[in-house]
Unconditional design. Structure first.
Length: 159
């Protein structure tokens, strides 16, 4: 913590025995903001698109992964992915056993460089496999808030 900075004690957040910090508000940047607005309003996945390299990539960033140019455009991608890897979590981050194990998957999308990590549901463990095609299940519109949690989970594409 800087001693030269004037602190607003009303906005001080304390993490006992860890650290103190002021409440921060920040923007995700124009492109990410557009991504989350489209996710909320359209229930549709988009990826960043670099015109210079003709590269479509995910997660969305304001610069190209290949050439470093500024990226100002999103491209609609197919709301269907492929499970590249997965794990089954039986305990939470506090070490407590989960009532129902959670399946966490690394998901790729056609013609998109990069991945999305999200939950899988509506699947039996014996049907779970690498290469499984999955689709997102979105929250109802009035429950969405413009974040990745607007996707409740992914489920098998053919059910």
């Amino acid at each position: 913590m800087s001693y030269e900075k004037e602190i607003n004690l009303d906005k001080l957040i304390s993490y006992p025995s860890i650290m103190e910090t002021e409440e921060y508000k920040y923007t995700t940047g124009y492109l990410s903001e557009q991504f989350f607005l489209k996710l909320k309003n359209e229930a549709q996945l988009y990826a960043a698109y670099c015109k210079n390299c003709d590269l479509i990539f995910f997660p969305v960033r304001g610069f190209c992964l290949k050439c470093g140019n500024e990226v100002k455009e999103l491209k609609k991608i197919k709301n269907e992915g492929i499970v590249v890897s997965y794990t089954i979590a039986k305990i939470d981050s506090y070490g407590k056993e989960l009532e129902k194990p959670k399946i966490i998957a690394l998901i790729s999308f056609e013609n998109v460089k990069g991945y999305l990590i999200h939950f899988l549901d509506e699947i039996q463990y014996d049907k779970l496999r690498i290469g499984l095609k999955v689709i997102p299940v979105f929250k109802e519109y009035n429950e969405r808030n413009g974040s990745l949690t607007d996707i409740k989970y992914f489920k098998p594409a053919e059910n």
